[in-house]
Design a protein around this ligand. Sequence first.
Ligand SMILES: Nc1ncnc2c1ncn2[C@@H]1O[C@H](COP(=O)(O)OP(=O)(O)OP(=O)(O)O)[C@@H](O)[C@H]1O
Length: 405
Amino acid sequence: MPVIRLENICKTYSYYEHGVDRLLEILTKRRHHEEFIALHPLNLHIENGQVIGIIGNNGAGKSTLLKIIAGTLKPDNGLCEVTGRVSALLELGGGFHPDMTGRENVYLNGTMMGLTIPEIDQIYQTIVEFAGIQEFMDHPVKTYSSGMFVRLAFAVATCVEPDILIVDEALSVGDGAFARKSFNRIMQFKQAGKTILFCSHSMYQIEAICDRVIWLEHGQIKMDGVPSSVVSAYTESLSQNTNAQLQANTTPVENTPVVASSQIVEGTAKIKEVSVTVDGMTDKKLDVFSLRSELCITVKFSSDISLPSPTVGILIINADGRFITSAGTQHDGLPIQRDSNGIATVRVTFPKLALLKGEYWVDIFLLCENAIHVYDHASTVATLNVRQKGLEQGVVSLPRQWAQI
Ligand SMILES: Nc1ncnc2c1ncn2[C@@H]1O[C@H](COP(=O)(O)OP(=O)(O)OP(=O)(O)O)[C@@H](O)[C@H]1O
């Protein structure tokens, strides 16, 4: 039986150009507003324990859908049935009263989620410890920084033992050590078999976490299925639109950049240096001879030594924004030994690089030990300009054997 059942749910927003237009509409009984359909009639069933990724372009209707499931927004029509306690992290400070203290807001939110005061008393300390803002709990939340807001909201949402957790990734993870902690928390929910709805623009994380993905486009379900299929169809559609945008938005950084320096913040890790060489040459733009050149990428990072060693990932992207290939120390089984300061350097070599002609960019990721949470990302550390002999087509040359039968 589904724990979430939506039948013919739809939502239209009204826009009034001037405040007075609402009044005019009532008085004149004539329409003085524009309408925008955010969700067309939509049907969706979600089973208990499923981890659902919601993806789609800006304005596709993801937040609208999630707010309806969370019960903070009423649909215009249709049936929305949700079984169990729902915790949602959708709007920064949503559900918090600005004039009330952190402590009062914990009690307010807890009661709104159906907990009794003794039940909230029992989890209060866990919430405070998870949020790590003990000394601010008696201050009004309007004095909080956005980071403190996120910490408290995440702690409340996940400590009340919800059956269904709805998370907008952008609002859940915050930064620094808290990012890792909150990500681990989401993974614990997954392992405990809870239902999770996870909205993110990071396709990597969607694929890593979810077991079903729903792609929304213009307020309709464009695709619903296993993550690998939906994510590749979505990224394919993005790559058709983003070529020009990517070119405009990406400023290649110097090769061998010092991305971060000195002391590492507790619970985090940083890329310190990256060096990309082709046949021993280092430059911002590198010439590569298909199937002959050797590409060598060296990454130095620093990390919190009290945590397991981070893992390193390399992503090669073409000028259309398509992910051509990736390689990671976790996937490839390289154990990384760090020095006593948490520093290590790893190198990956691609002999006889099998890319075909074209321009490619190299991105570097520093990830947690499970290669899910991203600590740090260095974008376009090098541009590879690949030339080739002959007319072989496509982006990669596959090893092969021909035979006449
Ligand atoms: N309260 C509102 N009043 C009017 N229009 C709204 C309101 N909330 C959302 N919209 C509009 O509805 C559409 C869908 O918005 P929604 O926030 O659901 O999209 P989204 O997929 O979550 O986008 P994003 O990825 O940018 O968060 C957008 O065009 C948005 O401008």
